[in-house]
Design a binder for this molecule. Structure first.
Ligand SMILES: Cc1ncc(C[n+]2csc(CCOP(=O)(O)OP(=O)(O)O)c2C)c(N)n1
Ligand SMILES: [Mg+2]
Length: 1015
C-alpha cells in the first residue's frame, strides 16, 4: 500500500524551508532514514521516514516551505499509517491517565482524611527529648537496645543488622528527626580485620623493593638539586605514598597489551620521581636518565611532572595542576562506559585509578564532579586520596580531620568510602580496648595533633595521645616508646592497602574512594618527616642521607651515599626478578603511552560539497553551517559513529537540538520516562547507545569529556572525533587550564566557540560577549584556530582538520569560532583553499576607480563590514581596495614568527618572505585590519609587513544592544571603517584630510567619546 511521509511536529516552527532532499523516487529506504533536511533560521533538522519501503513519488523540491503535516513523499510498503499508530498511542495514553474523580468519591476521601488527622492527634506520644549534651537519660534502656543489636549481629550478621538500623532510622525521620546517622563513621578502618583479604605477595621482598624505590626517588631529587639548585623537586610526597603505589603496581594495575586494554592510572603529579625510580628498577630508564631529572632540554631528560607532551611514550595523563586529575579521571571513567554502552569497545572491567593529595581536594575540580560518578554508577573508578594531613604550607585541616570531612562528602555523594587509617600494629590495641576509649581518643584528636605526634617520638605519643586517659596509658604500659613509635598508619601498611584495593576492585554499582592516612616525608626523619616544611624539601645533607639509607637498609657504602648514587640490584637478584615477574603477570609496564588505533578513513570528497556553493537568498549563521557539516558527517559511514558531539546545556542556543532525536543523548540507564515532547521531531531522546554528551552546565566536565574522547586513540586505541560546542566566552576564559592540559595530552578534536564575537552576540551583554578567546587560543602551541566568515571557509577548515588529525595523525586540536548572525554566503572563490588554511586569501578586488588603493583585512563577523565599507570607498570616494578574508590571524602570526626566526638564523642568505608579506607586498596602500576581537588579535601580524598598519577591534567590556549599535560603539562598523580608512590615507598623504573630516560629520562620529576600554 502507499503511505504518505509527512512533516511531523516540528515545535513552534511554521513554513520551514527544505534545504536538502536526501531520497529520490525509486529509492528503497529503511524506517528512520532521513528524507529531507529542514532549516529554520534557528536550527536544521532531518525528517526521518516513519516506514521501511520504496519511495514512489516525491511531493516537494528544494526551497519549498513546509509545516507540520505537509506531505513530503509517497512510499510503498505494508505498514499501517502513522496516524493509526498515533491513535493507538493515544488510546494507550488515555488508559494510563487516571479518570476524573467523581464528587461523591472526593467527599469520601475528605471524610477519611479528617478521621486520620483526628486519630493522630488523639494518639500523640509524649516525647522525651534528648539532653542537649548527648547524655544518656536511661542507661538500662540503652543497654537493652545494645543487647538486642548484639543478638541480631551474632545470629544474622552485619547486613541484617544494618538493615534493621536503617529501618529504625527511617522511622525516626517520620517523626521529624533530621539527623543522618551514617554520614561519618568512627575514626577507624572501614574494613574490619576479620574481613581483610590477605595479600599473596612476599612482604619481605616487596619491602626491599619499596625501599630501593624510595631511595632512588629521593636521590634523584637531591642529585639534581646538588647539580643545580634551580631545578626543584619533591621528596616528601612520594615518601608518603610509596606503599599506595607499590601495592597497586605489584598486585592490581593491569597494563595494556594485545589481550587487554589496560587500567588507566592518574598518578599524583609531584610523586613522579617514584614512578621514574620504579621504571629504573624495571630497566625502562637508565641511571643517566635519572641523573637528568628535571633537565628536560637535552634529549634524555625526565620531565618534572607527568607530561605526555614531553615524554610521549611514558606519561598518559598530565595531573600536576591540582584538581585536574580527579575531574579528568571521572570523565575518563564515564567515557569508558560510553564507549562500552555504544558498542564501540568491549567491557573488560578496566579500572580508572586516580591518586590525589588531601590538600588537592580543596580544588573545586576535585570534588565538583563526584556526584556524576555515583549518578552514572562508575564502578570502574577508584580514587585514592593520600591523606598525609599536610599540603605545601602546613596542615590541611589542623583543627579538624580531613579524612572524616572527605568521608562525609563522598558518602553523601553516593560513593563507596574505604578508610585506611590505622596499620596492623594497632589491631591488637583496638581489640584489647573494651571501653571504647581508644576510638573516642582517635575521634577527638585533630589532624594538627596527629601531625605533631609523627614529628616527635614514641614518648611524646605516649604522653600526648594515650596519656589523656589513664585507661589508655595502661593499655600501652607494657609497650616501649619504640613499640609505640612503630604503631603505623594505614597507608603505610601493605596489608591494609591491599585489602582496601581488593574491596575497591570488587565494588559494584558505585565508585570507590580510599582515604589512606599516611605521613608526609615518611622515613625522612628530622629532615622532613611530618614537619611543615616537608613539601618543598629537596636538599638532604649528608647526615640526612645516611639516616635515610639506614632507615631503609639500602646496601650503599657511606662513600656511595655521599656521591648520591642510585642503587639497582643485579638483574638476577630476587628483587628485580620479583618486580619484573609481577609486572609480567599484570600484562606489562606502567605508565606507558601507546596507540594502536586504526585511523579513521577520510570522509567522501563530496561530503561538504553543498557548503561550497552559494546559499543564494538563504541566510544562515556559521553555527548553522557547522550543524550542517556535522549532519553531513553523520551520513558518512566512516565518520558517523566516531563523532562525539559535546554540549553543556546549550544545544538549543546553537540549533543542535536536531541531534537529540537523530543520534540520541547518552544516558547509561536509557530513558525511563516518556519525554513531554516525544511527538516532536527534536524530542529529548535519551538512550543507552546515545551519541551526544549533553553534559549539563559544566564547562569543566564538558572539557574533561573532550579530552577523554580526543585521547581515546591512545587510551582506548580507538580514534574519536569530539566536537565540543560552547558559548565562546565560557570556553578558554573559564577552563583554560584544562585546555592547556588537552594540549599536553595531545588531544585531537574540535572546540567550537559558538555565538562568538563581542558585537555579534548582541543582546547578552558584558559577561557573554567574547572579544579575546582567539587570543587565548593563540597561546596554546598545538591549538590551530580560525575565525571564519563564510560556510565554505568553515567546511574547508573542518575537512582539513580531519585530514591532519586522522590521516596525518598530527597531535593538534582546533578552535573554531562560529557566529549566530544570519547572512548570505557566497560560493567559494576559485583557488582559495590554500589561503583559507594559511590564514588569509584575496576575497575580492575593488578596482579601476582611481590610483589610490588600500588593503582591507577582515576577520569573522567584521569581514562583512569591511566588504560594505569597500563598496562605499569605491562608490563615494573612488578608492580601490583589496579585500582579504583573514581566517586566522593566529596562523599568520605562527608563519611570520617562524620565517622571521629562520631569517635571523641565516643572516647571510636572501631573507624568506612570510605568507603575509607574500600576499601583500605586491599590493598598494596601507593596511586596515579589523575583527570582532580586541586589537591585539589583528596586531599579531603587524611585524610581518613593512606597510603602514592600522587595526580596529573591540577592546573594552561588552554590553547589551543591537549589533548595529554595538559595532558603532566599538568602532568596527562600516562607517567607522570608511572613516578610519580615509584618515589613514590622509596620514599617508594619499587623500586630503577633509575626506575623513567630512565622513566624521556625515556618520555623526563623536570625536570626544572616550575609547571603549574606558567606558
Ligand atoms: C592548581 C595548582 N595550584 C597550586 C599548585 C602548587 N602545589 C603543588 S603541590 C602543592 C601541595 C599539595 O598538597 P597535597 O595535595 O596535600 O599533596 P601532598 O604533596 O601532600 O601529597 C601545591 C600547593 C599546583 N600544583 N596546582
Ligand atoms: Mg597532603
Amino acid at each position: 500500500m502507499s503511505n504518505q511521509i509527512s512533516v511531523p511536529d516540528i515545535g513552534d516552527f511554521e513554513s520551514v524551508e527544505i534545504i536538502e532532499i536526501l531520497v529520490k523516487s525509486g529509492d528503497v529506504i529503511k524506517k528512520n532514514d532521513p528524507v529531507v533536511t529542514l532549516e529554520s533560521d534557528k536550527s536544521s533538522v532531518e525528517v526521518p521516514s516513519p516506514f521501511d519501503g520504496k519511495i514512489s513519488k516525491l511531493q516537494v523540491k528544494i526551497g519549498d516551505k513546509v509545516s507540520k503535516g505537509s506531505v513530503l513523499a509517497l512510499i510503498e510498503n505494508n505498514e499501517s499509517k502513522p496516524e493509526e499508530n498515533l491513535q493507538k498511542k493515544e488510546i494507550k495514553k488515555n488508559l494510563s491517565t487516571p479518570k476524573k474523580i467523581l464528587p461523591e468519591t472526593e467527599e469520601i476521601i475528605k471524610q477519611a482524611e479528617s478521621t486520620v488527622i483526628e486519630k493522630t492527634e488523639e494518639q500523640e506520644i509524649k516525647k522525651v527529648y534528648a539532653k542537649p549534651n548527648g547524655a544518656d537519660i536511661d542507661p538500662a534502656e540503652t543497654q537493652d537496645w545494645l543487647d538486642s543489636l548484639d543478638a541480631v549481629l551474632k545470629k544474622d550478621g552485619i547486613d541484617r543488622t544494618q538493615y534493621i538500623l536503617k529501618k529504625l532510622i527511617n522511622e525516626t525521620h517520620k517523626d521529624g528527626s533530621t539527623q543522618s546517622l551514617t554520614r561519618i563513621t568512627p575514626y577507624i578502618n572501614t574494613i574490619p580485620v576479620s574481613s581483610e583479604v590477605k595479600s599473596p605477595g612476599d612482604q619481605n621482598i616487596e619491602r626491599r623493593i619499596r625501599s630501593l624505590i624510595r631511595w632512588n626517588s629521593a636521590a634523584m631529587v637531591v642529585k639534581a638539586n646538588k647539580k643545580n639548585p634551580e631545578l626543584g623537586g619533591h621528596i616528601g610526597t612520594f615518601a608518603s605514598a610509596a606503599t599506595l603505589y607499590d601495592v597497586g603496581m605489584n598486585h592490581f594495575w593491569r597494563a595494556k597489551n594485545n589481550k587487554f586494554g589496560g587500567d588507566l592510572i592518574y598518578f599524583q603529579g609531584h610523586s613522579a620521581p617514584g614512578m621514574y625510580a620504579r621504571a629504573f628498577l624495571e630497566g625502562r630508564l637508565t641511571a643517566d636518565q635519572l641523573g637528568n631529572f628535571r633537565q628536560e632540554v637535552g634529549a634524555d631528560g625526565l620531565s618534572s611532572y607527568p607530561h605526555p607532551w614531553l615524554m610521549p611514550k611514558f606519561w598518559q595523563f598530565p595531573t600536576v595542576s591540582m584538581g585536574l586529575g580527579p575531574v579528568l579521571s571521572i570523565y575518563q571513567a564515564r567515557f569508558t562506559k560510553y564507549l562500552i554502552n555504544r558498542g564501540l569497545v568491549k567491557d573488560e572491567n578496566r579500572k580508572i585509578w586516580a591518586f590525589l593529595g588531601d590538600g588537592e581536594t580543596d580544588e573545586p575540580e576535585s570534588l565538583g564532579a563526584i556526584s556524576l560518578a555515583s549518578r552514572e554508577k562508575l564502578d570502574n573508578l577508584i580514587f585514592v586520596v593520600n591523606c598525609n594531613l599536610q599540603r605545601l604550607d602546613g596542615p590541611v585541616r589542623g583543627n579538624g580531620k580531613i579524612i572524616q570531612e572527605l568521608e562525609g562528602i563522598f558518602r553523601g555523594a553516593g560513593w563507596n568510602v574505604i578508610k585506611v587509617i590505622w596499620g596492623s600494629y594497632w589491631d591488637q590495641l583496638l581489640e584489647k580496648d573494651k571501653t571504647g576509649l581508644l576510638i573516642k581518643r582517635m575521634n577527638e584528636c585533630v589532624d594538627g595533633e596527629y601531625q605533631a605526634f609523627k614529628a616527635n617520638n614514641g614518648s611524646y605519643v605516649r604522653e600526648k595521645f594515650f596519656g589523656k586517659y589513664p585507661e589508655l596509658k595502661d593499655l600501652v604500659s607494657s609497650m616501649t616508646d619504640r613499640d609505640i613509635w612503630k604503631l603505623n598508619r594505614g597507608g603505610h601498611d601493605p596489608h591494609k592497602v591491599y585489602a582496601a584495593y581488593e574491596e575497591a576492585m570488587n565494588t559494584k554499582g558505585k565508585p570507590t574512594v580510599i582515604l589512606a592516612k599516611t605521613i608526609k616525608g615518611y622515613g625522612m626523619g628530622k629532615s622532613g618527616e611530618s614537619i611543615n616544611i616537608t613539601h618543598q624539601q629537596k636538599k638532604l645533607d649528608e647526615e640526612d642521607l645516611l639516616y635515610y639509607r639506614d632507615r631503609f637498609d639500602i646496601p650503599l657504602t657511606d662513600k656511595q651515599v655521599r656521591n648520591i648514587e642510585f642503587y639497582k640490584p643485579d638483574e638476577k637478584s630476587d628483587e628485580i626478578k620479583y618486580l619484573k615477574e609481577r609486572r609480567m603477570k599484570l600484562g606489562g609496564n606502567l605508565p606507558e603511552r601507546t596507540s594502536y588505533a586504526k585511523q579513521i578513513k577520510k570522509p567522501d570528497k563530496n561530503i561538504f560539497a553543498n557548503m561550497l556553493s552559494s546559499s543564494g537568498e538563504r541566510e544562515m549563521s556559521t553555527t548553522m553551517a557547522l550543524v550542517r557539516i556535522l549532519t553531513s558527517l553523520l551520513r558518512d559511514k566512516n565518520i558517523a559513529s566516531r563523532l562525539v558531539p559535546i554540549i553543556p546545556d546549550e544545544a538549543r542556543t546553537f540549533g543542535m537540538e536536531g541531534f537529540f532525536r537523530k543520534i540520541g543523548i547518552y544516558a547509561h540507564e536509557g530513558q525511563k520516562y516518556e519525554p513531554e515532547d516525544s511527538e516532536q521531531l527534536s524530542s529529548y531522546r535519551e538512550d543507552k547507545k546515545g551519541q551526544v554528551l549533553e553534559e549539563g552546565i559544566t564547562e569543566t566536565g564538558a572539557m574533561s569529556s573532550f579530552i577523554a574522547a580526543g585521547t581515546s586513540y591512545t587510551n582506548h586505541d580507538l580514534e574519536m572525533i569530539p566536537v565540543y560546542t560552547f558559548y565562546s566566552m565560557f570556553g578558554f576564559q573559564r577552563v583554560m587550564d584544562l585546555i592547556w592540559s588537552a594540549g599536553d595530552s595531545q588531544t585531537r578534536g574540535f572546540l567550537i566557540g559558538a555565538t562568538s564575537g563581542r558585537t555579534t552576540l548582541a543582546g547578552e551583554g558584558l559577561q557573554h560577549q567574547d572579544g579575546h578567546s582567539q587570543l587565548l587560543a593563540a597561546t596554546i602551541p598545538n591549538c590551530i584556530s580560525y575565525d571564519p566568515t563564510f560556510a565554505y571557509e568553515l567546511a574547508v577548515i573542518f575537512q582539513d582538520g580531519l585530514r591532519r588529525m586522522h590521516d596525518q595523525q598530527e597531535n593538534i586540536f582546533y578552535y573554531l569560532t562560529t557566529m549566530n548572525e544570519n547572512y548570505k554566503h557566497p560560493a567559494m572563490p576559485k583557488d582559495c583553499e590554500k589561503g583559507i588554511l594559511k590564514g588569509m586569501y584575496l576575497f575580492k578586488e575593488f578596482k579601476n576607480k582611481g590610483k589610490i588603493n588600500v588593503q582591507l583585512l577582515g576577520s569573522g563577523a567584521i569581514l562583512r563590514e569591511m566588504i560594505a565599507a569597500a563598496e562605499i570607498l569605491s562608490n563615494e570616494y573612488n578608492i580601490d581596495s583589496d579585500i582579504w578574508s583573514v581566517t586566522s590571524f593566529n596562523e599568520l602570526r605562527k608563519d611570520g614568527m617562524e620565517i622571521e626566526r629562520k631569517n635571523l638564523l641565516n643572516p647571510s642568505e636572501e631573507p624568506e618572505k612570510s605568507y603575509v608579506e607574500k600576499c601583500l607586498n605586491k599590493k598598494d596602500g596601507p593596511i586596515i585590519a579589523a575583527s570582532d576581537y580586541i586589537r591585539s588579535f589583528a596586531d599579531q601580524i603587524r611585524p610581518y609587513t613593512s606597510k603602514s598598519f592600522y587595526s580596529l577591534g573591540t577592546d573594552g567590556y561588552g554590553r547589551s544592544d543591537s549589533r548595529k549599535n554595538l559595532r558603532k560603539f566599538f568602532e568596527v562598523d562600516k562607517e567607522h571603517i570608511v572613516t578610519f580608512t580615509l584618515s589613514a590615507l590622509a596620514k599617508e598623504q594619499l587623500v586630503p584630510a577633509t575626506h575623513a573630516e567630512r565622513a566624521i560629520k556625515k556618520y555623526k562620529i563623536d570625536k570626544d567619546k572616550l575609547i571603549p576600554t574606558l567606558l
